[in-house]
Design a protein around this ligand. Structure first.
Ligand code: FES
Length: 128
């Protein structure tokens, strides 16, 4: 029997390469219509494999690395918001994370890598 799996790591850990992150976006930009609502999100091209920005409130945002903390180099995808809009998931083998980045279903054991955020004059700064 052949078992196909994308999760081939024997040592699930936070092995996400530390790439420099220094981004800024306008949270009012037409590019990010979802950021106008609490719980809304946007994807940007930054970090190791992309970053998810999630609006908690108008003054508070999370920024998470999209590389899976279980297998950051999994070729089958990156972490995305589920269609239900209730959690984040990695399509490869289904790890799930809540909107605070914590694991809610394995095989991942570590939460999403989080980047720092700060907001000034509607500009959100995202950095390591
Ligand atoms: S690599 Fe399997 S859940 Fe992410």
């Amino acid at each position: 029997m052949v078992i196909l799996t994308a999760c081939d790591s024997d040592n699930p850990g936070p092995g996400i390469p530390n790439v420099p992150v220094s981004e800024q976006i306008s949270v009012n930009s037409l590019q990010y219509p979802m950021l106008r609502l609490d719980g809304g999100y946007a994807y940007i091209q930054a970090g190791y494999r992309g970053i998810i920005i999630i609006r908690q409130t108008a003054n508070s945002y999370y920024a998470f690395e999209r590389a899976c903390p279980y297998d950051p180099d999994a070729s089958c995808g990156v972490v995305s918001v589920d269609q239900s809009n209730l959690f984040l998931t990695h399509s490869c083998c289904g790890s799930q994370f809540n909107f605070q980045g914590n694991v809610t279903a394995g095989p991942a054991v570590y939460g999403l890598l989080q980047y720092k955020t700060s907001l000034a004059n509607n500009i959100l700064y995202i950095s390591n």
